[in-house]
Design a protein around this ligand. Structure first.
Ligand code: SF4
Ligand code: SF4
Ligand code: FES
Length: 255
């Protein structure tokens, strides 16, 4: 005798003050079809909800097969980057109060995977090419000589030099909003350059020349066309294009 089919969980009551939002979500399952298609879901949203809450509602009550990454739900792990109404966002940082029209009219929110990386299923992309570029710039402290017996001292002024680029959470919002990266994935992309910047300008590090050599290659910083998409996309407010310009200047004046 076959097991009875699992029943869909009962929908919770719509909370007072909620607006019904249509989520139009790009779906892809290579085990079913090579073609991407759209599915729409009606979801109640409060102004205090984040987009991630709505996606969890879909997964919990409407379609358990919907696939997306998330972990911390607080803008720290960087795992839920997605393209929302054509702009890269973290679903856990996008408040519904900023998406709902004041007049209460129906609203549709379009959600797609971030661009430029192979889609594995629905909103999940293969992040390996992104992390390959990150690893290639040697994003770790490089020093020579014996291990110090006490901490490596750094002045506040020297620490401030790379403070902005320490904030990166490797969400890929910048790299996957870059038109140069879309056109040719061999470009290192802004996130890798941000993480190179973090060490190039660290007074304790001795690997700057090595990293600058890597970024001077044909797939390095000179591919950047200074369109600022990356800066606008960064959920951590990092001045991404400025960091890229600083690396370019370091290349021009260090050799
Ligand atoms: S500023 Fe450079 S890295 Fe950033 S999106 Fe534009 S081309 Fe890409
Ligand atoms: S620089 Fe900003 S957008 Fe790019 S990976 Fe880091 S946190 Fe994400
Ligand atoms: S779930 Fe961690 S950053 Fe959004």
């Amino acid at each position: 005798m076959s097991a009875p089919a699992a029943e869909a969980p009962a929908l919770p009551a719509v909370p007072e003050g909620a607006t019904i939002v249509t989520l139009k979500i790009a779906r892809f399952n290579p085990e079913v079809s090579e073609e991407q298609h759209w599915d729409s879901f009606q979801v109640p949203a409060l102004p205090t909800d984040r987009l991630l809450n709505l996606l969890l509602y879909v997964k919990g009550y409407l379609d358990g097969t919907l696939t997306f990454r998330r972990s911390c739900a607080h803008g720290i792990c960087g795992s839920d980057a997605m393209r929302v109404n054509g702009v890269n966002r973290l679903a856990c940082k996008l408040l519904m109060k900023d998406m709902l029209p004041a007049d209460g009219k129906p609203v549709t929110i379009t959600i797609e995977p971030i661009r430029g990386l192979p889609v594995e299923k629905d909103l999940v992309v293969d992040m390996e090419p992104f992390f390959d570029a990150f690893r290639a710039v040697k994003p770790f402290l490089i020093t020579s000589g014996n291990e110090p017996t006490r901490e490596r001292i750094q002045s506040q002024h020297d620490r401030a030099r790379f403070d902005d680029t320490t904030k990166c959470i490797l969400c890929a919002c910048c790299t996957t909003s870059c038109p140069v990266y879309w056109s040719d994935g061999s470009y290192f992309g802004p996130a890798a350059i941000v993480n190179a910047h973090r060490f190039i300008f660290d007074s304790r590090d001795e690997g700057a020349a090595e990293r600058l050599d890597i970024l001077n290659e044909k797939d390095g910083v000179w591919r950047c066309r200074t369109t600022f998409n990356c800066t606008e996309a960064c959920p951590r407010g990092i001045q991404v294009t400025k960091a890229i310009q600083e690396v370019k200047r370091a290349l021009l004046f260090s050799r």
